[in-house]
Design a binder for this molecule. Structure first.
Ligand code: ADP
Ligand code: MG
Length: 353
């Protein structure tokens, strides 16, 4: 009967989006050996789709019928999650899509697995990498807990003009980070060591330390104590501005910047904060190296150096003044130029605000 059907619990249905090229290219293999056996054991039904190219998942997620799925699970690194979040927000029904949310999850198979590292940490597990991290995340997925998470809306410069017409500024949603200088340089330059897995970031860090650069720029931020009177408009006063030479500016909103990089130990999924770290030019290589080593344990906040600052913010603007450099959002390259970011609170959507 109809009632009987409704009372019977139906198995959860997950859409698994697998990037076969993430990390060292082992995502499909890990599906067979680790992920699918565990999901079947938990009596979860699934469809598995392998992504065929960049932005495939983003396009797909714009078209699917969301009520069909109890969750969309990224089997890749942070890059594919960035695509899927933006695909969701580009849907005409985006507001509904995040108000009655289709949960989104991640099973780490990439070289950058920051969100998985944060989830692992908040679930109470010790820091780990590769298969142990994957198994912990699979286990959490099978248990089925869902948590609200803030996003950050980012407006970047227009892409370089094509056929003479200037492009439009791009708006995107970010769940992890904005980086400029040392951190984004390492992220992009270490692509060539992809075969090393997450060790690519360690090697990239050492290479960049050996030829340390600094960049001119202007950083402005809105401290969290400033409460906007109108919820959506940011106040125009009260911004703090710093201008000078920077080694790096890093904005992160998860506790981890990589599965083994505990960059913002105080960060929570829905704390409404951007955790800004900036390092000014003049810092010695030894101190910078110590900063990154301490970051693995989340102990860098107590390392005091006049060149290093850690500040919470609701919003920030970054204006690079050096002619060349790299900027990344969630580890993905974006056009180099002025950028603005502000927190979009999860609570606003769930009606708890
Ligand atoms: P990793 O952490 O290893 O970099 P990501 O999940 O960040 O893994 O994916 C890296 C990039 O691969 C992302 O920019 C994503 O859009 C892109 N991508 C997704 N599917 C494919 C594919 N089939 N072939 C090539 N690139 C892809
Ligand atoms: Mg990536």
């Amino acid at each position: 009967s109809e009632i009987g059907k409704r009372l019977l619990p139906r198995p959860r249905r997950l859409l698994l989006l697998v990037n076969p090229f993430s990390g060292r290219g082992q995502a499909m293999q890990w599906c067979q050996t680790h992920i699918l056996p565990m999901i079947r054991e938990a009596n979860i039904s699934y469809n598995l789709i392998q992504t065929e190219r960049q932005n495939h998942a983003r396009e797909l997620i714009k078209e699917i019928s969301l009520p069909q799925w109890d969750g969309i699970i990224i089997v890749s690194g942070d890059g594919l999650l960035h695509e899927v979040i933006n695909g969701l927000m580009e849907r005409p029904d985006w507001e509904l899509a995040i108000k009655t949310p289709t949960p989104v999850g991640i099973l780490p198979c990439g070289s950058g697995n920051a969100l998985a590292g944060s989830i692992n940490h908040h679930a109470g597990y010790d820091m780990c990498l590769r298969e142990p991290l994957l198994l912990n995340c699979c286990f959490q997925l099978c248990r089925g807990g869902v948590k609200p998470m803030d996003l950050v809306s980012v407006t970047t410069s227009p892409a370089p003009s094509q056929n003479g017409r200037p492009g439009l500024p791009r708006r995107m949603f970010s769940f992890l980070s904005v980086a400029w200088g040392f951190v984004s340089d390492v992220d992009i330059e270490s692509e060539r060591y992809r075969g090393l897995g997450s060790a690519r970031f360690t090697l990239g860090t050492l290479v960049r330390l050996a030829s340390l650069r600094s960049y001119k720029g202007r950083l402005s931020y809105l401290p969290p104590s400033i409460v906007a009177t109108c919820p959506d408009a940011l106040p125009t006063r009260d911004w703090v501005t710093i201008e000078g030479d920077f080694v790096l500016v890093l904005a992160i909103y998860q506790s981890h910047l990589g599965a083994d990089l505990h960059a913002a130990p105080q960060a929570r999924f829905d704390d409404g904060l951007i955790h800004l770290t900036f390092v000014r030019a003049g810092i010695s290589r030894a101190t910078l190296l110590r900063l990154f080593l301490a970051m693995e344990r989340g102990a860098h906040l107590s390392l005091s150096s006049p060149y290093v600052s850690h500040i919470p913010a609701r919003a920030f603007r970054l204006q690079p003044l050096s002619p060349r450099g790299t900027l990344t959002v969630d580890g993905e390259l974006v056009p180099y130029g002025p950028l603005q970011a502000q927190v979009e609170r999860a609570r606003k959507w769930s009606g708890e605000a």
